[in-house]
Design a protein around this ligand. Structure first.
Ligand code: COA
Length: 442
């Protein structure tokens, strides 16, 4: 139906949008699939006239020239709240730096440092009253839009209309750039034998009526596969994925589940952002069963704790024998970010009957300088020097590999070392035992 609200005066081109960014500005981009691809892909073109522009992103999906080209040093600084392929590649160029943060507080942390000048995001075309949906993310977008001097959104006819904190009025938007393009899709990672074993251990420990948070990748997909026959589950998660859609279609999700409900959300599947296949985008479009809410609420552990039997399933890069979890760096090299790992694991540990899981393969095949791969144990005596602790060992409970599931809560360092060695790859157990004895863990 035609929009009765006249917004023609707000329509500008990508070039006009870029002309509103100036030297020393602080620009914030929406997250992942909600990022304004058209504007970000052209950002480097203003380099000749700007210096010292900070651009904050979280989970950027584009590999823009504005931060991957060494010539952009001094013009732009990418303040990355969560690293991805492009930001990893930009290491050492002087164009990019990680901002350590929890997803629940990322926006508020940014505001403590500097007020944003420009917010860049995406939205659906308006309804007949002039309302739009921010579509794939409400993680920090609303807070940043409210704080920014200027709000510029790319209006993309391909974006699904989602409900929740995503719905705003065009009065709150300064400028719109019409730009229709297909949304980025996250291909389904097929589960292999190891994923299925891990999925089965975790699936056995998840009770009917649990509230679920799942990340992405082969392991979470395998866990979702193990939950298809469960009953009365609810979804309270950072990221809404295809795995959750499978659970919904299998009838595992309760339609009137009692969840965290200060905003009449009972029975809704709650997330801060969605990323997946076109099937997922079609499912969430105009679907009142899904609520995309702000991350400062969804990921807040003190909100999550009100869910009964909250389960968090997160993956990691390395766990040491005392239970310290590094999920965001390989040694000193930033790989991803804290994201919502600590938020969701701490929320689950506080929930009545809650279970936080850290799931990992027992080994990784690490690329060597000569291009070959070396097998290493992901359970290590101590963390690799430089490794970032994403989850403090006092917040770690279940750890699961393809060799079993162990519980660390309440366990001493001696017990933790024994438990973790018991689920390490058999080829590394003797070596881990020896190291643990040398370190006086055992
Ligand atoms: N030592 C050295 N390298 C290692 C390693 C280790 N212990 N473990 C993994 N790697 C390497 C792998 O070899 C792989 O390298 P490659 O790209 O050259 O093949 C790379 O690290 C990625 O490993 P993989 O197991 O494929 O990681 P992933 O893509 O499944 O991501 C996390 C796993 C932990 C990085 C990711 O889940 C994350 O960022 N988590 C933190 C945020 C979070 O949990 N958010 C919450 C929920 S939505």
């Amino acid at each position: 139906m035609t929009c009765t609200y006249d917004y023609s005066h707000k329509l500008i081109s990508i070039e006009e949008a870029l002309s509103k960014i100036h030297s020393d500005d602080f620009v914030i981009s929406a997250l992942a699939g909600a990022e304004p691809k058209g504007i970000l892909e052209q950002l480097h073109t203003i380099a000749p006239r700007v210096r010292n522009v900070s651009v904050a992103t979280c989970l950027p999906l584009h590999k823009g020239q504005w931060y991957t080209d060494p010539a952009m040093k001094g013009h732009f600084m990418h303040r990355a709240w969560f690293y991805t392929v492009g930001t990893r590649a930009a290491a050492g160029l002087g164009t990019c730096s990680c901002v350590p943060c929890h997803l629940s507080t990322a926006g508020h942390d940014a505001l403590k440092r500097k007020k944003p000048n420009v917010f860049l995001g995406t939205c659906t075309p308006p309804d007949r009253f002039g309302f739009i949906s921010l579509s794939l993310s409400a993680t920090y977008e609303r807070e940043m839009m409210e704080a920014a001097d200027l709000v510029i959104l790319e209006m993309n006819g391909e974006t699904p209309w989602t409900y929740g904190d995503t719905v705003i009025h065009l009065d709150d938007v300064d400028f719109l750039v019409k730009n229709d393009y297909a949304l980025p899709q996250l291909p389904i990672v097929d589960s292999d034998d190891r994923d299925r074993k891990i999925g089965a251990y975790i699936g056995d420990l998840i009770e009917d009526g649990s509230s679920i948070q799942l990340g992405i990748g082969g392991i979470p997909n395998a866990v979702a596969g193990e939950l298809l026959h469960k009953k009365g589950l609810s979804i309270h998660t950072e990221m809404f994925t295809d795995g959750m859609l499978d659970l919904y279609e299998a009838g595992a999700i309760a339609k009137s589940a009692p969840g965290t409900d200060p905003r009449m959300l009972a029975g809704k599947m709650v997330a801060t952002f969605a990323l997946g296949t076109q099937r997922l985008y079609d499912f969430i479009h105009n679907n009142p069963a899904v609520a995309i809410m702000r991350g400062s609420w969804v990921n807040n552990p003190y909100v999550i704790r009100h869910n009964k039997k909250q389960v968090s399933i997160n993956t990691t890069l390395e766990v040491d024998l005392t239970g310290q979890v590094c999920s965001e760096s390989i040694g000193h090299k930033q790989f991803s970010g804290t994201g919502g790992q600590a938020d969701t694991a701490i929320g689950a540990q506080m929930s009545e009957g809650g279970k936080p899981f850290i799931a990992l393969y027992s080994t990784a095949q690490v690329k060597q300088p000569d291009g070959t791969r070396k097998t290493v144990s992901k359970i290590t005596p101590t963390l690799t020097p430089g490794a970032v602790v994403t989850l403090h060992r006092s917040n770690v409970d279940y750890v699961v590999t393809e060799y079993g599931a162990v519980r660390l809560k309440g366990a001493s360092v001696e017990e933790r070392a024994s438990l973790l060695i018991s689920i390490a790859h058999p080829d590394f157990r003797a070596q881990l035992q020896e190291e643990a004895e040398k370190l006086n863990f055992l």
